[in-house]
Design a protein around this ligand. Structure first.
Ligand code: UGA
Ligand code: MN
Length: 331
């Protein structure tokens, strides 16, 4: 019996000892926790560092942002556009440039009988201030399938419709709005070109007609007005330099005041090849009066890019088998 009690006591002692050893071992795990704490601390330090960096960047961007100028002249951008496979892509690219330009109003003029749903829905969600207009180019003035692209001017009626809207709006506006229109600028931006944001600040203070180079146009690396002693003296172009204004549509902007004081100034839809720009500018300004921008016309800030017409060979083949792309999906 005594022996048994001793056994129980020894057994009890052993279990307690094991418990103690186990507890001590658990305490020994501390160094893992320290490791864990170290990782946690490092993460906190790193995040704090990143937060600090971000705060600095926000501070910096706040100070580099130009101060808001309440009286910034408005730029009215008139864009002729017509329905085709790449239309939405073109308008998307343009709108995403214009979104970065302060005080810009986009006048989109469709070459169509009535406003289209695609353009209407697109503009409504574009985020750009806009006006949607339309006017159909008469059949006899419109390029037909297979015609070379230079045969007839494109976008003339649509630009004129934009000018008509501007004049109508100006005559209806009074007071402050009317005064703001006095300093506004008009620019004709085709839907397929590429525009640098810097271009819009160059044209913002146009007094009459401002001009600058255009890249990739007229079969040249660029065309431009040539400036001597701050004045345009001739034009660098590879074709008919004696045209009154051998400029591409993308190469000039006019003040709205000039448009309003010359109520008949418009584009001649019957102008011969290369004379469309001249038909508008001729009565408005002389070469000597042109205001050279973009570092005296030494910088290219707009490119006469042209989008390739997509080939639909496979689409047509699949459509014949009833397997064409879903027409309900807008492209
Ligand atoms: C060049 C000039 O850059 C244009 O400004 C000028 O209008 C044209 O020549 C011309 O001589 O008429 P180009 O690239 O050949 O441009 O012309 P497009 O880009 O095909 O058309 C100019 C604008 O008119 C575009 O915004 C286009 O969407 C629009 N357009 C074109 C129409 O509204 N309807 C059409 O049937 C074709
Ligand atoms: Mn074009």
């Amino acid at each position: 019996m005594r022996l048994k009690l001793k056994t129980v006591f020894v057994f009890y002692f052993m279990v307690s000892l094991l418990g103690l050893v186990y507890t001590l071992m658990q305490l020994g795990q501390r160094c893992d926790c320290t490791e864990h704490d170290k990782i946690k601390d490092n993460t906190i330090y790193r995040l704090r560092g990143e937060l600090h960096k971000l705060q600095e960047e926000v501070k910096k961007s706040d100070t580099t942002k130009p101060p808001k100028k309440p009286n910034l002249p408005t730029i009215y951008v008139i864009t002729p556009t017509y329905a085709r496979l790449v239309q939405k892509a073109e308008l998307t690219r343009l709108s995403q440039t214009f979104l970065h330009v302060p005080q810009l109003h986009w006048v989109v003029v469709e070459d169509s009988e009535k406003p289209t749903a695609l353009v209407r829905d697109f503009l409504a969600t574009s985020g750009v201030a806009y006006t949607q207009l339309h006017t159909l180019t008469p059949k006899e003035r419109k390029l037909q399938d297979g015609d070379p692209s230079w045969l007839k001017p494109r976008g003339a009626e649509q630009r004129n419709e934009g000018l008509r809207w501007l004049r109508e709006m100006a005559s209806a506006s009074k007071g402050q709005q009317g005064a703001a229109m006095e300093t506004s600028v008009v620019y004709f931006a085709d839907d397929d070109n590429t525009y640098s944001l810097m271009l819009f600040e160059e044209m913002r203070n146009t007094q009459r007609v401002s001009v600058w180079p255009v890249g990739l146009v007229g079969g040249m690396r660029f065309e431009r007005p040539v400036v001597e002693n701050g004045k345009v003296v001739r034009f660098h172009t590879g074709w008919r330099p004696n045209r009154p204004f051998p400029l591409d549509m993308a190469g000039f902007a006019v003040s709205l005041r000039l448009v309003l004081t010359n109520p008949d100034a418009c584009f001649d839809g019957d102008a011969q090849m290369g004379f469309l720009e001249s038909s508008f500018l001729q009565g408005l300004v002389t070469m000597e009066e042109l205001e050279p921008k973009a570092d005296m016309c030494t910088k290219v800030l707009v490119w006469h890019t042209r989008t390739e017409k997509p080939k639909m060979k496979r689409e047509d083949a699949l459509q014949k088998q009833g397997l064409g792309s879903d027409p309900k999906v807008e492209v």
